[in-house]
Design a protein around this ligand. Structure first.
Ligand SMILES: [Zn+2]
Ligand SMILES: [Zn+2]
Length: 229
């Protein structure tokens, strides 16, 4: 499995871009980074990325998407399936309408097959079996995903506090991408020490930490890292 980290930072990081991950050149996990330039730098074809899992609707996970969908509409014209929390269609259509004005609905929206799915507790989309766990993050929470890819499980948290649902998300997973925002206990997020202790509790799992506000911790990924796992 190849994980391309287009960004690895938190919402107002100054050293890192907002987060987004491409799995095996075809699945996007959140959309915060400058998606198109960073895909280009890593040799990823944006048109081949046709499945997007969104964890929640905070700007640092969303705001790379408008140019990415415009590329789908005007350049690749390949399909895109977006799976996300309840209300995903309304949120993204509002965002794209704000960004691209009347042209979005009148001209761009119909040029490619765009569909929205609300994530269930478990399901399958475009051949990818998944389960979700509702994680603790602010008022609306965050939808963590367990993706079954070939014979392995990739767990992706998005943003979360270090609470029991995160343990549930990572239990038995082969690979985990979870956040480690900063030292101590960052509000509504996971602290470095908490993330490191989580990894110690799951010794059979490969952990990759993202959503780092500033500084360094062992196991953290960086912008434009490509990791084969
Ligand atoms: Zn975030
Ligand atoms: Zn968030």
């Amino acid at each position: 499995m190849r994980l391309a980290f287009l960004g690895s930072g938190a919402a107002f990081s100054q050293e890192r871009y907002n987060g987004a991950v491409v799995v095996d050149g075809r699945i996007l996990l959140d959309g915060g980074a400058p998606l198109l330039p960073h895909m280009h730098r890593l040799g990823i074809d944006p048109g081949a990325v046709q499945l997007l899992f969104l964890t929640h609707f905070h700007g640092d996970h969303l705001l790379g998407l408008p140019p990415f969908v415009l590329h789908h509409a005007l350049v690749s014209q390949t399909p895109l399936t977006v799976i996300g929390p309840a209300g995903v269609e309304k949120v993204l259509e509002t965002l794209f309408g704000l960004c691209w004005g009347e042209e979005w609905e009148a001209e761009f929206r119909g040029r490619f097959a765009l569909r929205y799915l609300e994530a269930e507790a478990a399901g399958e989309v475009d051949g990818v079996r998944y389960e979700t766990v509702r994680l603790d993050h602010g008022r609306r929470g965050c939808t963590g995903y367990r993706l079954h890819l070939a014979d392995r499980v990739l767990a992706y948290a998005g943003d979360t506090e270090m609470t029991p649902p995160l343990e549930q998300l990572v239990a038995g997973a082969d690979i985990v991408i979870t956040e480690a925002t900063g030292p101590g206990h960052p509000h509504t997020h996971t602290g470095w020490e908490e993330a490191e202790a989580l990894a110690v509790r799951h010794p059979g799992t490969r952990f990759l930490f993202n959503h780092v506000y500033a500084g360094e911790l062992t196991g953290a990924v960086h912008d434009l890292d490509v990791v084969d796992v």
